[in-house]
Write a protein that binds this ligand. Sequence first.
Ligand code: COA
Length: 143
Amino acid sequence: MAVEAIELRRTVEGLTFEQMEGLFSAAGLGGRVGHKILRAFRNSPHVRVAFDADRLVGASRAITDGEYHAVIYDVAVDPDYQATGIGRRMMEELLRELRVWRVMLVAAEDVRGFYAGFGFAPYPDVLAKLDPERLHDPIRGPG
Ligand SMILES: CC(C)(COP(=O)(O)OP(=O)(O)OC[C@H]1O[C@@H](n2cnc3c(N)ncnc32)[C@H](O)[C@@H]1OP(=O)(O)O)[C@@H](O)C(=O)NCCC(=O)NCCS
């Protein structure tokens, strides 16, 4: 499968929450319900979703103040399509749009090498406040 055949879109319009949930679950980012994932993407000003014809095979998004700061979230590629350059294409397109001095993201140990390829490195002095109750979505269905 040639990566050139994969179409990148800038919007999640037309996608169903089953498609989003399916991709996230297949990519190992499960535990979230699709309609909330979709809303998070709609609320993000920078989006890339990847398609092989009608099949959703990749997703990524970023939020930003447009001047100084941005954060990238939810970079996911369908396992059937991983290691074919889709993640790279989505990251390159997002980063081209994010004209800010600092882009941050959260990366598990096993994907740090992927992000290192774009210049991401451990960053000091980051604090986070977590609400564990909101990490996983217990209720299914629109809401
Ligand atoms: C991490 C992920 C997004 C990478 O996407 P991908 O489409 O498979 O990656 P690409 O094929 O575009 O790879 C781009 C480069 O990164 C490298 N790379 C990919 N995954 C890597 C990993 N886990 N560790 C180190 N390097 C990696 C590739 O070797 C390639 O290097 P090259 O350009 O020098 O050949 C994808 O594997 C994925 O969805 N993983 C599961 C979900 C996840 O963990 N997402 C990150 C949330 S923090």
